[in-house]
Design a protein around this ligand. Structure first.
Ligand code: SF4
Ligand code: SF4
Length: 868
């Protein structure tokens, strides 16, 4: 057996290494290094292969227009040089994020008729296209656009001729990526087509101002939204934090008489009106903080102000020197003193003050880790207040966010999935009734539901909806909780989103077992294969690992999880690659036959082993299982045990998860809720203590009462004289009971001391027993405080902060084990304490500190102290 384990481990490592090397070699456009000046260089096509997206073009103009594009020239049909079309860089036009939260940098070619001539992905950060789905799938997706017109309404999905919708096929498993890519291609194409006259410019009805005749103070203008602020912090452009923001701008409309008079004074506003022609529009911009100029130091006469622009819908409006007027001060009472100011005039009739627009500050962002610079645009929205427009604000159709589209399109399947989750929860909540109907010889009252859940989770959830949760999502949640919460990111995959809500709720209520044992597609597949093996007559070869090996190997999965967590602190990309230890993508997302053979071999090995060992991957390797097992330590509702379980081994023998120890205690982290032991718990013929009592009562002619919640027949006399006495460890608690120092207190005093106990890990006992550790702890605490202060001022990178979090948590585990070695069992309000094992303490501290860290970050952010 030991040799078999070693062989398996070596095979596993070889597959992973091979897979990783294969991955690295074929990375393609994944996180490809782009020229640093790509965002700003005038000659775009000297840096990127424009000819590949505009076939036939041999010469390209410098970037022109706003948003920018390059003209491509070649030989026309008459043999003379001719304009063949236009090339644009998607990130010049839109920064629509894909699944990774970053945009897919795409080069797009369009002919003079407005047809897509070519699409080339220069860089993407989609891990799924690196590890799960071949990158060629994205290339194939892009190829569908060639020949289609920018005037077409292109959507991912079926064509609908009656509605004028042209459909393109999605990539299974990368829906969000392709919906975002569709938005990028159509938005970019339309923006350039509008500029070069292929599409008519957007017509917006001019604004009819509602005038009050009042002059407003600065405070009133800001409060009403008539003046808006654009704030950029140093961290947002990759700089070390300093004394203040990178730049702080205030801006607003000047054509509106109330705002214009308030900001410029009567005479100033009349003067401005005299200079503006009809359909011309003025805005003001002032800088009140930061050393950066919004006019740009490179501005020369006749040039363009390249640091600010106004965007309205798909249109961008830039300013030349002739569009600039001096602004000598702000007349509104209480206005700040500007350090730089300007009035800009929008001369395009396409602009209307009745509709929302944005002021964009354009700059470069420096990646502090790699030093690379990328183009960045910081926007602040503006829309005249409702009361300043006659008839109020007009209705506008905002483009639907990609995640909303996904939810709308898959509404039916999502509803079915949610129904499945609710049904399984309900069935499990009624488990007591089911297990009482079952016996050790007939488990169908339970198994009928469980097997149905397995079948649905494999076929519907795994293969059809591809909704297999993964440890990478746990890592993403972890980072998002501590650093940046983005609902759009989590909503982008509805099945996974709903699944995680289910997982979080049920793990806290029951432990990981309901998800792992009933609904995880891979776990269900693995278990189904084991049962199939039994059905096919392989039972005599089916084995459990010897207890001592099981008890060692079960820790491997926690090691894998913590390893991934630690790697993710430094590189999420590397962590995603290492997460290939999960065979989920190979099995469900891509298919074993569609991946490089090491991945296929790895998945097949695990599934093949499942014929002989029950769920080998779940028990020993799964980092997701480990991540869910940790909070399971604090599940509210555990499985029942009776006093006699500590010497009767009947349940333990039948537990496929080997979750019941020699004392009859259930390890909630390992239990997969098969409910076999619960069937036995009330089975008057299968459970030895119950069978004995049944026989005794039958022999003595006594009545057989029902079995109570404690797992025994109801006593026959009011005083439970025949209730069994506890001798040996209490199997109803995972470890021995312990009373914390504050257990005797009551009311508010109890609450206060308990909260303090969670915050303050040190104790007199710990101090006496581990003084050196305590001193080290104080030093770490001090360092952690400094780290928080640095973070608050934007001077510390997020990774370092998470590193501190991990370091502090490890220390807290050690110090609590030395002095406060107890955890609460079950619901927090019940106050059942027990001795903590190392794993209990790790779970408690890890979970608590994650919550504390998240609350701290949100508080700092809410106070505006933390910007990153
Ligand atoms: S341990 Fe992993 S593979 Fe097994 S059921 Fe749980 S999440 Fe699924
Ligand atoms: S037999 Fe009991 S302890 Fe073992 S996995 Fe099933 S429910 Fe959990």
């Amino acid at each position: 057996m030991i040799h078999a384990i070693r062989l398996f481990a070596v095979l596993l490592a070889a597959c992973l290494l091979w897979g990783l090397s294969a991955t690295t070699t074929h990375a393609g456009a994944y996180e490809a290094a782009l020229p640093p000046e790509l965002a700003t260089a005038a000659d775009l096509c000297a840096l990127v292969p424009c000819a590949e997206v505009l076939p036939g073009a041999t010469r390209f103009s410098p970037r022109k227009g706003q948003p920018p594009y390059a003209e491509g020239y070649g030989t026309g049909t008459d043999g003379k040089p001719a304009l063949l079309g236009y090339v644009m860089l998607s990130t010049d036009i839109t920064d629509t994020p894909a699944y990774s939260g970053k945009p897919v940098v795409t080069l797009i070619g369009m002919d003079t008729q407005g047809r897509y001539a070519g699409v080339k992905v220069l860089k993407h950060s989609e891990p799924i296209l690196l590890l799960g789905i071949p990158e060629s799938a994205l290339l194939d997706f892009n190829r569908q656009y060639v020949g289609k017109s920018v005037a077409d309404e292109i959507e991912v999905g079926q064509s609908r001729a009656d509605e004028g919708v042209v459909g393109v096929d999605a990539i299974s498993g990368a829906t969000v990526t392709v919906i975002a890519q569709n938005q990028v291609l159509t938005t970019s194409g339309a923006a350039v087509a509008r500029q070069v006259g292929i599409l008519a410019p957007t017509q917006r009805a001019p604004a009819s101002f509602a005038e009050s005749g009042k002059r407003y103070s600065w405070q009133q203008l800001v409060a009403s939204g008539a003046v808006q602020r654009l704030l950029v912090q140093p961290a947002q452009v990759g700089l070390q934090g300093g004394d203040g923001p990178f730049i702080e701008l205030w801006f607003g409309d000047l054509n509106h008489p109330d705002i214009g008079r308030s900001v410029l004074g009567d005479a100033g506003w009349q003067g401005l009106r005299a200079q503006l022609r009809s359909a011309e529009h003025a805005i003001f911009v002032i800088r009140t903080a930061g050393a950066e100029s919004f006019k740009g130091s490179g501005f020369v006469r006749g040039g363009i102000y390249d640091r600010v622009q106004v965007r309205q819908g798909a249109d961008a409006f830039t300013f030349r020197d002739l569009d600039y007027l001096n602004l000598y001060g702000v007349a509104a009472e209480g206005a700040p003193t500007p350090t730089e100011s300007a009035i800009f005039v929008i001369r395009s009739p396409g602009f209307s003050a009745a509709y929302p627009w944005k002021l964009s500050f354009l700059g470069n962002r420096v990646d502090r880790a790699t030093g690379t610079r990328s183009f960045a645009s910081f926007d602040a929205p503006y829309w005249l207040p409702e009361t300043m427009l006659q008839g109020g604000r007009p209705h506008i159709d905002e483009p639907e966010a990609p995640w909303r589209k996904v939810w709308r399109k898959q509404a039916g399947a999502i509803a079915l999935f949610v129904a499945l989750l609710c049904a399984v929860t309900l069935v499990y909540a009624l488990r007591d009734r089911l297990t009482r109907r079952a016996t050790h010889k007939n488990k169908w009252p339970v198994n009928a539901f469980k097997y149905t859940a397995w079948a649905l989770s494999i076929v519907f959830v795994g293969f059809a909806a591809m909704a297999q949760p993964s440890v990478t999502q746990v890592l993403t949640w972890f980072h998002a909780l501590l650093l940046r919460w983005d609902w759009a990111l989590f909503l982008s995959d509805p099945f996974i989103f709903c699944f995680w809500i289910f997982i979080i709720v049920t793990v806290l209520l029951f432990g990981r077992g309901l998800f792992c044992g009933w609904l995880c597609p891979f776990g269900s597949l693995s278990e189904a294969i084991f049962k199939l093996g039994r059905f096919l007559g392989l039972k005599r070869w089916q084995r459990q690992l010897p207890r001592r090996w099981h008890d060692r190997l079960k820790w491997v999965k926690y090691g894998v999880f913590f390893g991934l967590l630690a790697v993710s602190v430094f590189s999420m990309g590397l962590a995603e690659m290492l997460a290939e230890v999960e065979p989920f993508k190979t099995t469900f997302l891509v298919g074993i036959g569609n991946r490089a053979w090491p991945y296929g071999l790895f998945a097949c090995t695990l599934l093949g082993l499942s014929l002989f060992i029950e769920r080998p991957y779940c028990k020993y390797l799964c980092p997701l299982g480990a991540a869910l097992a940790m909070p399971s330590t604090f599940r509210w509702f555990g499985l029942r045990r009776k006093v006699d379980c500590n010497h009767c081994k009947a349940c333990a023998v039948g537990c496929g998860s080997q979750a019941i120890d020699a004392n009859g205690r259930i390890d909630q982290r390992e239990c997969l809720h098969c409910l076999d032991c619960m069937v036995l718990y009330t089975d008057t013929r299968g459970c030895p203590p119950l069978a004995r009592e049944r026989k005794r009562r039958a022999r003595d002619g006594l009545a057989l009462t029902p079995v109570g919640r404690d797992g025994y027949f109801f006593p026959l006399v009011p005083v439970p004289a025949d209730a069994p006495k506890l001798s040996g460890p209490d199997p109803r608690l995972p470890t021995d009971p312990v009373a914390p120092p504050y257990a005797a207190k009551a009311g508010a005093a109890r609450w206060i001391t308990e909260v303090w106990d969670h915050i303050w890990p040190w104790s007199g006992e710990g101090w006496r027993s581990a003084r050196a550790l305590q001193v080290a702890g104080l030093a770490i605490a001090l360092a952690a405080t400094v780290a928080w202060a640095l973070a608050a001022t934007g001077q510390l990178r997020a990774g370092a902060l998470i590193g501190w979090w991990l370091g502090w948590s490890v220390y807290e585990v050690l110090i609590r084990l030395a002095g406060r070695r107890y955890v609460k069992d079950g619901p927090w309000w019940r106050g059942r304490y027990r001795r903590a094992t190392v794993m209990d303490m790790l779970c408690y501290v890890g979970f608590k500190n994650l919550l504390v860290g998240a609350v701290l970050f949100l508080t700092l952010k809410g106070m505006g102290i933390l910007s990153a």
